[in-house]
Design a protein around this ligand. Structure first.
Ligand code: SF4
Length: 211
């Protein structure tokens, strides 16, 4: 990989997916944080089905910190891992109220300290919520970053993020995250990637999925 090739890939993806933005419905950064926490090991579409009920009942950190665990679990039960996710939502809201007046901090390290918030979630909240350049590496971004040659096969998540940031222009980081997810969902699926119709096959180091 080099910066010229990375730029060509990102520009191609922008043309293929002119609309590329966060798929999780939210009206503010608090809702975004909750939605990203809920999105672990499920689809954005499933999260979007439960969050209207969650945010109507608990519109901010003050409301959610006082929620009953069983009530939150009942609302989010369809998305899996409901017990852990509900516990983390309530704990996270408690910290927001106790340390940040109910606001979501605009700082990677402070975000990562919140209960249930890992590197990926912190990066998404920074990028989408605060427009701070960041690249969150989820399962799609991780897979596609290898197949398009951004990283070595054995690279871990952190190394994948570092490679993407090394080659992609900083002003494209936020867009690149969404674009790589869209590409992964549309063409470069984990199983049976659509290599026959792939517009980026010339960049693929995965040999059209036949490696
Ligand atoms: S050719 Fe296939 S494996 Fe390679 S990037 Fe395209 S869809 Fe993915």
């Amino acid at each position: 990989m080099n910066k010229i090739k990375a730029n060509l890939i990102v520009d191609s993806l922008k043309q293929i997916f002119p609309v590329h933005e966060c798929f999780l419905n939210h009206k503010n950064v608090f809702e975004l944080l909750c939605a990203v926490m809920l999105s672990a090991q499920t689809t954005d579409a499933r999260v979007n089905m439960v969050t209207p009920y969650l945010f109507e009942k608990y519109p901010d950190a003050y409301a959610l910190k006082d929620a009953k665990l069983d009530d939150v679990k009942a609302i989010i039960k369809s998305i899996g891992l409901a017990n852990n996710k509900a516990i983390n939502l309530i704990k996270m809201s408690t910290v927001l109220v106790e340390k940040y007046n109910g606001n979501v901090p605009n700082d990677f390290n402070l975000l990562q300290e919140l209960p249930g918030v890992g590197r990926k979630t912190a990066n998404v909240v920074l990028a989408v919520g605060f427009k701070v350049p960041a690249i969150a590496v989820d399962t799609h971004v991780y897979r596609v970053s290898y197949r398009l040659g951004f990283r070595k096969e054995e690279a871990n998540l952190l190394e994948a993020e570092a490679s993407l940031k090394k080659y992609i222009k900083k002003e494209d980081w936020i867009a690149a995250h969404h674009l790589l997810i869209l590409f992964g969902r549309t063409y470069c699926k984990a199983q049976n990637p659509n290599c026959k119709e792939c517009p980026l096959i010339n960049y693929c180091v995965f040999k059209g999925g036949k490696k």
